[in-house]
Design a protein around this ligand. Structure first.
Ligand SMILES: O=P(O)(O)OC[C@H]1O[C@](O)(CO)[C@@H](O)[C@@H]1O
Length: 545
């Protein structure tokens, strides 16, 4: 349990427009229900009627939640919680471009949060002035991108692209690119360099077939991230050593006015804006140029369309039983705050989603790993869970033992598709590989929920291990866009429920400051100056073998 007052810290402020968590009638009701939650392991607890009823669909995705520890009364109470915490008011404020990335009365980013405007470029656009201005700006970037793609297609000068970026400038775009290999353009390859470990860049550069046909896309919203700037220099140096002019190969994506906003240094510069958070930037120009290069502009547009349609579901569908992101968010809050589970495994039964959970780790944990509310008060309830996972069935042969019989309960979200992406499948012993994959997904979900009791304790499965399943027909660009947006809004809704600011990331700053202090010490060492171990930092540096 999270302590009411964090050790060594004081409650800083009082007086909030939002009732405190424990005072919310829905919280009181949910705590009561949680004393005796729905028993999935009871005989006939999971019936065909329950499976049919506990599902919701939107944008080609279906959410099955009959294997969560909820009944209709629980869902009603969760719906009340959503109302009491005003999640739709907050979502509208976000999509309309109100300044919601802030902590009241304290120094904070004070920004709008408008990633939804990046894909609000189709019909029925949001006419709120800030949202409209943002989507107009993005339409200009998209038209620049489309022209650039046409030019690249015509000239056929480049076959490979190296994306240099880290965090939000790498994880989401990389996860999407890897997820759509069945839609890759012929004779195009994308490579990624993110870690400041020099072996990362070295390995990628070694694998490039023809450097003279290679574009480098440097991607950094701030234009000041140590890892990205260092890797850019390293790769520029490599081009120069191979007799190539970096100006003919390097393009960039950055924030307007950032230190990297220097068009003379690049073939072309694309822009993102301060109201696009890194982890929400996959559908801005952070993802656009790389995805359009590797998959084609039309496929990138389909990703945007899927994401946009899910945005509409999140804001327009007021029935929680039909609003996929809100339903997923509420089930997560039920597991986290009322059943007390600390982690969440996201388990895609799709090899294409191999980096999707890694993207969700940043999206969810950087957004909701917060210990104060929007008014600067330390919270006395749990916020974001620890996110982890690997594609099935590989995970089954690794960590599922703990999920089934360990002493901690790990709620799971399974993701699966009826059809494979490449359509290269074979009937072996009467079933296809895809059916074998999906049989495993369904089996795991049911085994976790209902369990199996025998007289041999070693072979006992308690059951009541909550999980849900997200299903689609096929992982195509539209469906992937919808899935991305589903999770973005799940995270935002949870932040709204907890009344925290899901859009800043102050928690990563302290480590960055200390790393720079260590770099000062390394500089002295490199200059041959002595570094006596008179402080912790120098003492630690001297421990390096
Ligand atoms: O795009 P940038 O400015 O290089 O930042 C990269 C990443 O660094 C972070 O600020 C965290 O270190 C992320 O939020 C962000 O996605």
């Amino acid at each position: 349990a999270v302590p009411t007052t964090m050790p060594g810290l004081m409650r800083l402020k009082g007086g909030s427009s939002m009732p405190t968590w424990s005072d919310n009638p829905a919280v009181i009701k949910l705590r009561e229900i949680a004393k005796n939650p729905y028993d999935l392991s009871a005989k006939d607890a999971i019936s065909p009627a329950r499976i049919n009823m506990m599902q919701a669909s939107a944008c080609g995705l279906k959410l099955l939640y009959g294997t969560e520890r909820v009944d209709e009364a629980t869902i009603d109470a969760l719906a009340n919680l959503a109302k009491e915490r005003d999640v739709f008011g907050k979502m509208k404020a976000m999509m309309d471009g109100e300044v919601i990335n802030k902590i009241e009365s304290y120094e904070s980013e004070n920004r709008k949060v408008l990633h939804t405007a990046m894909r609000d470029v189709f019909d029925k656009r949001n006419e709120a002035p800030a949202a409209k201005e943002a989507s107009d700006l993005e339409m200009a970037e998209l038209s620049k991108l489309k022209d650039w793609c046409n030019k690249l297609d015509k000239e056929k000068t480049f076959t490979d692209l190296v994306l240099i970026g880290i965090g939000g400038s790498d994880l989401g775009p990389r996860a999407l690119y890897l997820a759509l290999q069945g839609y890759k353009k012929d004779n195009r390859r994308v490579h990624f360099v993110s870690n400041v470990d020099p072996d990362d860049a070295a390995m990628v550069l070694k694998g490039i077939p023809d450097l003279s046909k290679t574009l480098v896309l440097v991607c950094s919203k701030s234009g000041g991230t140590l890892e990205t700037l260092t890797n850019e220099q390293l790769v520029r140096d490599f081009f120069v050593k191979k007799g190539l002019d970096p100006k003919k190969h390097f393009a960039c994506v950055t924030g307007k006015g950032s230190p990297m906003d220097n068009p003379a240094e690049y073939l072309i510069s694309f822009y993102m804006f301060d109201y696009i958070g890194g982890r929400y930037s996959a559908t801005s120009m952070v993802g656009g140029p790389m995805l359009a290069f590797g998959l084609g502009y039309q496929n990138y547009e389909m990703i945007l369309k899927g994401a946009h349609d899910m945005d509409r579901n999140a804001i327009s569908e007021k029935d929680v039983r039909k609003n996929l992101p809100l339903l997923l968010a509420l089930l997560g809050v039920w597991n986290r705050n009322f059943l007390g589970h600390q982690t969440l495994a996201v388990l895609p039964y799709s090899q294409a989603l191999v980096r999707f959970t890694a993207h969700l780790q940043q999206l969810d944990m950087e957004s909701n790993g917060k210990h104060i509310d929007r008014e600067g008060r330390f919270v006395d309830y749990a916020t974001g869970p620890i996110i982890w996972g690997e594609p099935g069935t590989n995970g089954q042969h690794s960590f599922y033992q703990l999920i089934h019989q360990g002493t901690d309960v790990v709620p799971c979200e399974f993701v699966g598709f009826t059809n494979s992406q490449f359509g290269m499948d074979l009937d072996v012993k009467g079933t296809t590989s895809q059916q074998k994959l999906n049989s495993n997904l369904l089996a795991q979900s049911l085994a976790m929920a209902q369990g199996h009791i025998t007289s041999n304790p070693n072979k006992c499965f308690d059951g009541n291990r909550p999980n849900c399943i997200i299903l689609g027909k096929k992982l195509d660009p539209y469906t992937l866009g919808a899935l991305l947006s589903l999770y973005e809004h799940k995270v935002a809704f949870q932040g709204f429920l907890w009344d925290i600011n899901s859009f800043d990331q102050e928690g990563v700053q302290l480590g960055k400051v200390l790393a720079n202090q260590f770099l000062d010490i390394y500089q002295k060492v490199n200059k041959g100056e002595s570094v006596p171990a008179t402080d912790n930092l120098s003492a630690l540096v001297q421990q390096m073998p």
